[in-house]
Design a protein around this ligand. Structure first.
Ligand code: PHE
Length: 372
């Protein structure tokens, strides 16, 4: 055999060429230096020191060389693999140390903190605002009344003069809990606090002056201004000689107590089956006091430049409602209102988005203080 078999010369087997071995080593060392985390390094180890890494594959070629060429090539590849494995070990140590010191900082426990003081919870701003609203009326001599959130259909609708197929029933998209069977009343999640009017009239001696704060439910989607669960403050007065003028006076007193003095209120004609006449009640915007209306240079975010803020519905109690509750309509008359608590919180405290009220994030709640 005169001519040597060139393919067995380590310099001719590409992967064993000194330049190539050096290139594979340098590539591995660069990848190791660039590994920023232990997870990175794991991948680098697999790629550059694993069974299928270029250097491991090169190592396998050595066996195919002529015996005389093996020692040289073996030394070259072995040296490169050792360098890589040492670099891996060193980088591993550095990254582990970094991780350990990070864990020490991140998981530090301040043992000097008082362990026996738990942060004190606070009531939700909707609760405290509803209470403040009710308090204004309590200051005028009203009592606080209550009713259940799962309410008989009869109280929520029938007694309030919503006839069985009255279109007004669809004004309130209702969650039904139990449907009517035979002559029985069904059960609904109350769509308003007005059923408390009937409960108050049936359960109390006349005259009646009550407010009823509470949760109400409608099949609305949650968005910035709607929620399927919301709150109202119901008001009801039934006495002798009661007129709409008393209602306006009471609303004015409420607005003054809640938002400050000097703000006008207005009634806009509306419709509710249980009041006649009925109105929507608005108050003058306490931020711009109407100055933003028609003036594009002075937009008002509070009232959307309308000058007025809607507070709720109201009206003179429909005699049919009084009759359903067994009240002598020849002697007694009354009025009622239903004010939105969420709206009041939005306006009184500049809360822009309903989501903040329902998500239960204590960072929102605690900004209202720890009022208990
Ligand atoms: N219950 C009505 C509503 O939810 C508001 C209202 C209450 C209107 C009392 C008149 C009288 O829209």
């Amino acid at each position: 055999m005169s001519a040597s078999n060139n393919s067995y010369d380590p310099v001719e087997v590409t992967s064993l060429h000194p330049d190539e071995v050096a290139r594979m080593r340098d590539e591995a060392l660069a990848a190791i230096a660039g590994a920023a985390s232990l997870a990175d390094l794991k991948e680098v180890r697999l790629a550059h020191a694993g069974d299928r890494s270029p250097l491991a594959l090169a190592n396998r070629e050595i066996g195919a060389l002529q015996p005389t060429a093996r020692a040289d090539a073996g030394k070259r590849v072995g040296g490169a693999r050792r360098e890589v494995s040492e670099a891996l070990k060193a980088r591993q140590a550095v990254l582990e140390e970094e991780r350990d010191s990070r864990v020490l900082v991140e998981e530090a426990v301040d043992v000097t903190l008082p362990w026996d003081r738990a942060p004190r919870g606070a009531r939700h701003p909707l609760t405290t605002v509803a209470e403040r609203m009710a308090d204004i009326f309590v200051g005028m001599g009203f009592e606080v009344a209550e009713g259940p959130e799962v309410e008989a259909e009869w109280f929520n609708f029938d007694a309030l003069n919503f006839l069985p197929d009255h279109p007004a029933r669809t004004m309130q998209d209702t969650f039904f809990v139990e449907s009517r069977t035979g002559g029985e009343s069904g059960l609904v999640l109350r769509t308003h606090t007005s059923p408390v009017q009937i409960r108050a009239l049936l359960g109390r001696e006349l005259p009646v002056y009550v407010v009823a704060p509470g949760k109400t439910f409608r099949t609305d989607e949650l968005d910035a201004t709607h929620s399927p669960v919301f709150h109202q403050l119901e008001g009801l007065v039934v006495d002798e000689g009661i007129t709409l003028a008393h209602l306006r006076g009471a609303i004015d007193a409420f607005v003054e107590g809640m938002f400050g003095s000097g703000l006008r209120t207005r009634f806009r004609p509306s419709y509710f089956p249980f009041t006649e006449p009925s109105a929507e009640v608005d108050m003058e915007c306490f931020v711009c006091r109407g100055a933003s209306v028609g003036d594009p240079d002075r937009p008002c975010r509070t009232c959307s430049s309308e000058g007025w803020i809607e507070l709720g519905g109201c009206g003179v109690v429909n005699p049919r409602v009084l009759t359903a509750a067994g009240v002598d309509t020849g002697r007694y008359s009354g009025w009622a209102f239903g004010l939105g608590v969420e709206r009041t919180l939005m306006f009184a405290h500049g809360v822009q988005d309903m989501h903040d009220m329902v998500e239960g994030d204590v960072r929102f709640t605690s900004a209202f203080g720890m009022e208990i």
